[in-house]
Design a protein around this ligand. Sequence first.
Ligand SMILES: [Zn+2]
Length: 300
Amino acid sequence: MALSEGDVLNALSAAAELGIDFYVENIHVSPETLTTVRDHIRAGNILIAGGTNPAGAVYDSDTDILWTPALVPPADEEDKALLVHECVHAMIDIYNTSHRAGRAMGELAAYLTQMTYLQRRIPNKTSNAPPGAVLFWPMLLKVVNDFDLGTAAGAGAHIPANRLEPMRLELMSVGTSYRYSAKMKAQSSGLSRQNPFLEMSPEPIYTRTTSVSYEALPDPGDGYLIDVLNEKYSTSNVKGYGDRLRRLRRDFLYCSKPRAIALRARLLTRIPTDKLSEAFYERLSHGGRAILLKILTMRS
Ligand SMILES: [Zn+2]
């Protein structure tokens, strides 16, 4: 059991309603930019999947998948703050600001959003620093209070460099290992940043409910997958290739865990006697294979 897409969408709505609106360098967290994340989730460009870690969530920018904590829904306010933190990473990915602002600034923007959310929704609890964050947490809280980030008075605030730098240094010194930091295993995948799913025309939006169970879908069979892989496109049909990758990403993410493990064993290296493995290597680009294999690896 893990927090659902509905929990993520609810958290985003709540954060947007609070009017959180500030800048960390060129990263702009605002109701509008947070709502764009919501649109990408609703359009199926960013997929939500249940993670296995009860204490962490992660947005993986290689696959454009947000993994939620392994907690029973519905999310409480602290969980929602954590989900919004990850959505800020997704937002930075969408607006492609991270390469200019740097990874640490993205992390600070995410933490400040998380702290602003907490301070607005459960003000009496925000002073309780998680283990390992006894210095960092009060620094965040002080910036949130000094710049009125939790109120309309602070809308559009630019956090100055001399306030960001001490937080950056503290973050670097402790790493991102505490409960609220929510890093599972997104680092150094070796994949170049592609974001093939964020730039595409959205799928038609269809109604989903918070209780949707992907486990109820039938597993993608060999025949179906081989057919999908063997679909022919002209070399100029970028959308065709992109749509195929989107479909396979969804199939690999939402199939049963045993199926994911079996697929990984057959696709990790080319097996000439296996028609599916052959088609996977024959028909997909290196980048496409890397994305799909990363999903199978994260699920196993
Ligand atoms: Zn983060």
